[in-house]
Design a protein around this ligand. Structure first.
Ligand code: URA
Ligand code: SF4
Length: 202
């Protein structure tokens, strides 16, 4: 049976897309195999590529502060990205790269079985909700197939935009309550099938 460790290893040696040619280190993700909360960013930046670990640069510092603000340590949550290798110059990941990398995130979700998936930024949101606009759905939890999806702005964007910083801080504060109330949250009836459902994940 596949373990998170063997999946991480496959990512580290993966050559399924062109990002493998410019990366220093692939960044599979890190955290416990049975984390309740999974954070999904966009893709590794400079520091992540150097170290092979997710969210270790300035955005990661802010993420650590946000976690601390709700009494969580990094080691208690699982953190990963939509693409596991750094797009050169931090450009947006291309659709074909996101497509090539998709099986890894699918398997991470299946192995970890989080209760709450927090998407950080537009690309991560679009992985699950391709037709949504982040300004419209951020901060709105959606329960689908027993999992709560909670879209937020990206912490890197919030670092440069004081007004988004406040928004992400406020959104973050709702996480403990969402976890407590997961049983009581009503399931969504999505008008369009979500990416997760299209993929047959749930
Ligand atoms: N930004 C991301 O989206 N992911 C990281 O791992 C770091 C910065
Ligand atoms: Fe493989 Fe994903 Fe890295 Fe592309 S981004 S090489 S698909 S691990």
């Amino acid at each position: 049976m596949e373990t998170l460790e063997s999946l991480h290893h496959q990512v580290r040696v993966c050559q399924w897309c062109i990002l493998s040619q410019s990366r220093k280190n692939a960044v599979p993700g890190e955290g416990p195999e049975r984390a309740d909360i999974m954070f999904i960013g966009e893709g590794p930046g400079f520091h992540e590529d150097q170290q092979g670990r997710p969210f270790v640069g300035p955005a990661g510092q802010f993420l650590n502060e946000l976690l601390a603000s709700i009494g969580l340590r990094r080691e208690q949550v699982y953190i990963t990205n939509v693409v596991k290798c750094r797009p050169p110059g931090n450009r947006d990941p291309q659709p074909e790269e996101i497509h090539a990398c998709r099986p890894y995130l699918e398997r991470q979700i299946q192995l970890i079985q989080p209760k709450l998936i927090v998407t950080l930024g537009r690309h991560s949101m679009a992985w699950f909700f391709p037709n949504a606009q982040i300004s419209k759905i951020r901060g709105q939890p959606k329960k689908i197939g027993g999992i709560i999806y909670f879209p937020m702005y990206h912490p890197a964007a919030a670092l440069h935009q004081p007004k988004w910083r406040r928004v992400i801080e406020e959104d973050f504060k709702r996480i403990p309550q969402l976890l407590r109330e997961i049983e009581r949250l009503v399931e969504e009836e999505p008008s369009a099938p979500t990416r997760a459902e299209q993929l047959g994940l749930f």
